[in-house]
Design a binder for this molecule. Sequence first.
Ligand SMILES: [Zn+2]
Length: 323
Amino acid sequence: MAYYVGVDLGATNVRAVVADEDGTVLSSRSDQTPRGPTGIAITEAILRIVREACSGADVEPQDAVAAGVASIGPLDLAEGAVENPANLPDTIDRIPLTGPLSVLLDTDRVYLHNDTNAGVIGERFHSERNPDDMVYVTISSGVGAGVCVDGNVLSGWDGNAGEVGHMTLDPQGELTCGCGHDGHWEAYCSGNNIPRYARFLYEEDGSVDTVLPMEDPDFSAVDIFEHAEDDEFARHVVDQVGHWNAMGIANIVHAYAPLTIYVGGAVALNNPDLILEPIRERMDEMVMVNVPQIELTTLGDEVVVQGALASALTGGTGDRSRL
Ligand SMILES: [Zn+2]
C-alpha cells in the first residue's frame, strides 16, 4: 500500500494528514504554529506533527510515497522554504520545508505550494466539472488566488503567482495594506481590514447613526455582518466591501478566463450570501467576457490541506488523470 502526506502550514495552525492511494484520509493531526524563536522551531513542529499523523495511521514516515505542502508565503521555491513570513514574528526569517520533509519521509517527491495554489489544486482534484480552467479565491486574514489555466496551475518562478490581494483597486490609495502599500484589495476586504475600512467610512461621513460599536477596541467584521440586515451603515459597509470584491474578481476574470471561481476563506465561509451575492450581482456590468460561475468552495476549511494532499497524489498538479 502507498501512503501520501498533506501538510498545511498556516500562521495560526499546522496540520498534517496521511492518506492512502485513493486519497482517503487515515489520520489527521494539528497544533498551533510556534511563534518562534526561529523558523527552525516551526520546521521541527511540522516534522513532529507529520510523525504523529503517520503514527495515527499506523505507518512509518518512510512509507510515504510523496507529500504536498501548502504554506503561508512568501515562498522561496528553489530553496523549498518560506522567506520572511508576513504574519509571524520578525525573528522568523526562514522556515525550511521540503528538505527536512524529504529526509523524514525518505522521498524526493515533496511538492511545495503557497496556500491559495494548494486551494485550486484541491478544487481541481475534487471538481466534477471544468477542472482545467478555474480559480480559487480566499477571503480570510488575507486575500489571494490560486489559478489554473488550460490545465496548468500557475505558480511563477518563485511560487508567488496569484497574490491578487495586492492588486491596486483604489487609485486614491485611501487605506494602507498590511504589506505597506496603498489601495490594495486586501486593505479593504480581509477579515481584519473590514472593520478598519468601516471606521474609515464612519469618520469620513462624520454623521453616521449606527448600532455598530465603532469605538470598541474589539469591534470586528463579525459585528458588521451580524447587523447587515438591520443597520443601514452596516449594510453600506457590506455593500462597499462587495463592490471591491467584485472589482477584484472581475480583474481575475479578464486576466484568466476561468469557467468557475471557487471562493473560500473564513470571511466567505462564515458569510457566504453576504460575500458572494454582491459579487455575482455586479459581474454582468463589470465583465466584458464570459462571466464564470462563482461558487462557495465545496471543501470548506479543509480546502488547503486537501489541496496539499491532492498535490502529493498527482505529482503537484491536482490532475486526477495522473492518479
Ligand atoms: Zn498589499
